[in-house]
Design a protein around this ligand. Sequence first.
Ligand code: ADP
Length: 438
Amino acid sequence: MTEIRQDAAAEPHAGDRIAARARALVRPLGVGLTLALVAVPAGLAPWQAIAGYGAFAAALLLWPSSREDARARARARARSRAANAVHPDFAVIEALDLPTIVFDRETQVVRQNSAARLLVGDYPDRASLSARIRSPSILELVARVVARGLPESVEHSERVPSERWHEVRVAPVNPGAEPDKRLYVLTYRDLTEARRMDRMRTDFVANASHELRTPLASLMGFIETLQGPARNDEAARTRFFGIMLEQAQRMARLIDDLLSLSRLEMRAHVAPEGEVDLERAITHVVDTLKPMANDLGVTIELALPEEPVVVTGDVDELIQVFSNLIENACKYGQAGKRVLVTVAGSDADGTHVTVQDFGPGIAKEHVPRLTERFYRVDVESSRTKKGTGLGLAIVKHILARHRARLVIRSVPGEGSAFTVKFSPAKPSKSTVRREIYQ
Ligand code: ADP
């Protein structure tokens, strides 16, 4: 790779041009001088010889040689074009989506590609690397690589405007070149997504272990009590066995939900192909949840369209979605005593299913986080209501697989509405009523 930014490759100055022509015309100028010197003894006045030679030399040197000048100008233009053309190596850099900056020994930027321009900003001509890159760790890395001539990398993170991680690598391009011709390349490799996934995985394992450890600790405590002080206390034994059963059931629910999530993750990219009649699926869910709703004093109302509404999907998974939403509405919106489930289908907008409760609602700051694993507005209330904190995360995963969305609207004091929006599809009604209870 070679230095190409010789923008001053312009035409030569007038002084340089005359000097060059004097060098080229040294012979005729010499002959003229000899003639002038010989003419003086031959009778010419010295001032006439000097004036004559001056006029002759001026004419030779200054007479516009238009053809020669045109050739010189063409040569200069060609040099300038070659200098500004994209060197093949730089064309490769430009084609990369990896932010890349090429700089010289003085850390002056020679080239940056558009990905680098987007990441760090545009460098003015021949600006120093530090005009855009301020991070001391990157600048120290640059200094080390320039001094030692060996590639090195550092990890760099930023918090503003958003949290991002990069591996920044600096490597010499032509280590064998003369020192003032050496170039170096700085690249950024984005680690943000990988870091986020790592953090999510660690948080998830920590949360899942914590959720399992709580009922487990309680079970172990009761077992010890039953082996010791309560060994012969019949009444305590009966009560403790009841609590132990509840804790074991809580662990089983948690494990079921964790398995559901992992199964969904494995199939995340496979779109379901069946056809589901929503009226039948939702009626089935409501029938199953009625005993629980009755215990809570909640009435479930259904508003269904005249025509059957069919969506493409997996019937068991959609039943799981509506069970979670309707169960949550009954549990958390119990105070409103009513839950309204509305199915609305239209070819243009797609099908919407809304589960609405008239309970205490959810404060605005919680709404965007409700579908995160283990996120709960009130952990104690969720636990007493047999929640695992995974219900809405499962709903989100199932809907993503169905190319559907969950929209949550809530007004504190008035209640919440969870709407499932299926994208518009072409329903084929021939198989509609078959698949629900298979
Ligand atoms: P959980 O197992 O705790 O019910 P979910 O993922 O189903 O977990 O719900 C997460 C949290 O969202 C719940 O703990 C609750 O705080 C809140 N939530 C869900 N549905 C409603 C609702 N209809 N009204 C008020 N809060 C709700």
